[in-house]
Design a protein around this ligand. Structure first.
Ligand SMILES: Cc1cc2nc3c(=O)[nH]c(=O)nc-3n(C[C@H](O)[C@H](O)[C@H](O)COP(=O)(O)OP(=O)(O)OC[C@H]3O[C@@H](n4cnc5c(N)ncnc54)[C@H](O)[C@@H]3O)c2cc1C
Length: 382
């Protein structure tokens, strides 16, 4: 029996495991498929929320802590794993903000982010291949970085194995086992797994897993489709965001383009129409991309929560059950802080961030109603 049982081996499960292992606890991680092959594999790896000023301060708090600590932690992970997750400071170019620019500037000032205004007539000094005709205004956050998700997942998985985690794949947790209002383990087809602490990091599937518990967090799968161009280095220099879509240039010249937001349950099918839309967006902004093929088109299921605020903490009704999920569009940038915070709560250490806004029973407002399915917009809590 391990001290901790982690359900879900995505980025959140693996980083939570790493924090607990580093604190001397024994950890078993269970995943229904292979580790790191769901949302955490599918994401873009931008280490900033898109349009960060649109989010609650509780998201900024997690993002800022992660942004400060990622370089050091990724260095350690790279050593433990002997594998490079490709942290790259490519900066975030924000295009066509219109009237929102004022809000962006105020937010940047308040939270001490660099946000530089770029004169449109000089935009090609920053992005030689951009079509300046469709750029109306431009701003640069030069300190924003990215990681390459599949590489990150491979590195974190190797890191937790090197630290002694027991990793069990192809094992679906069917139910939480309880005794006297305490979670004592989980049931799977392969048998029961018992532990002193159970941590749910099961992403979009978490509400399903908690059926039967008194409080179930509001978490719905939100599909996101992405494409990647097989291009060459230098065609796009920065992460470029315009009208809700973005391009992410990787070190080797691949350019990831995302993403869609779709409420279609747990289906991960891709549609040609969405792929074409993403391609059209990218080629309009960077016409040279017309000459490069799409190497791959995929979809992932984000764990969508109210206002995008993750649930981090103890379950209010079941002792020894913890939850770390619901990171929606920002699980990579907020994940490092979120996993440290969960470990602080579980180990009763002084928390790195105030845990109150992330508690399961904390009030969550729906700021951006597009995050929620229309028929569920009235259900603000549970
Ligand atoms: C297209 C797209 C683009 C994105 N871009 C970014 C970005 O640029 N920056 C950013 O910060 N975030 C981004 N995200 C969001 C980010 O990827 C997610 O918030 C994050 O990966 C969530 O991690 P997770 O570990 O909670 O979920 P997952 O990676 O989905 O992991 C959950 C794991 O739990 C397992 N599981 C579920 N149920 C069970 C069960 N019953 N038994 C056993 N195992 C179970 C699953 O198999 C899975 O491996 C993006 C997401 C998508 C889809």
């Amino acid at each position: 029996m391990s001290d901790c049982l982690i359900i879900g081996g995505g980025l959140i499960g693996l980083l939570t495991a790493r924090e607990l292992l580093k604190s001397g606890l024994s950890v078993t991680i269970l995943d229904k498929s292979q580790m790191g092959t769901e949302s955490s594999w599918a994401g873009g790896g931008i280490l900033s929320p898109l349009y960060p000023w649109r989010y609650e301060p509780s998201i900024t708090a997690l993002a800022q802590w992660s942004q400060q600590h990622y370089p050091d932690v990724l260095r350690q992970i790279q050593q433990e794993a002997d594998y490079d997750p490709e942290l790259l400071y490519s900066g975030l170019l924000l295009l066509n903000l219109g009237a929102e620019a004022q809000q962006a500037n105020d937010w940047a000032k308040q939270y001490h982010y660099q946000l530089k205004t770029i004169a449109v007539e000089h935009i090609q000094r920053y992005e030689a291949g951009i079509d300046e005709q469709i750029v109306h205004d431009a701003y640069l956050m030069p300190d924003i970085a990215q990681v390459r998700n599949p590489r990150l997942m491979r590195a974190v998985y190797a890191s937790v194995k090197s630290l002694g985690a027991k990793c069990v794949t192809n094992t679906t947790v069917q139910q939480i086992l309880t005794k006297d209002n305490k979670a004592i383990g989980v049931e799977t087809r392969q048998g029961e797994f018992l532990a002193k602490h159970i941590v749910l990091c099961s992403g979009a599937w978490t509400a399903e897993l908690l059926q039967g518990c008194v409080d179930i967090p509001y978490i719905v799968p939100v599909k996101g489709e992405m494409i990647v161009f097989q291009a060459k280095p230098g065609i796009v220099a920065h992460i470029a965001l315009s009208d809700g879509h973005y391009l992410i240039p990787r070190k080797d010249g691949h350019i990831v383009v995302g993403s869609s937001i779709e409420y279609s349950g747990f289906k991960k099918e891709i549609s040609q129409k969405t792929g074409n839309k993403l391609r059209h967006f990218a080629c309009q902004l960077f016409p040279l991309l017309e000459h490069y093929p799409i190497e791959r088109h995929w979809a992932g299921l984000r764990p969508g929560s109210l206002s995008g605020i993750p649930y981090i903490g103890q379950h209010p009704q079941l002792e020894q059950l913890y939850i770390n999920t619901g990171h929606y569009r920002n699980g990579v940038v907020t994940g490092l802080a979120s996993c440290r915070l969960l470990a602080d709560i579980l180990l009763e250490r002084s928390p790195v961030i105030d845990p109150a806004p992330y508690a399961l029973n904390a009030e969550r407002l729906v700021k951006d109603s597009s995050m929620i399915e229309p028929e569920k917009r009235a259900d603000l809590l549970f």
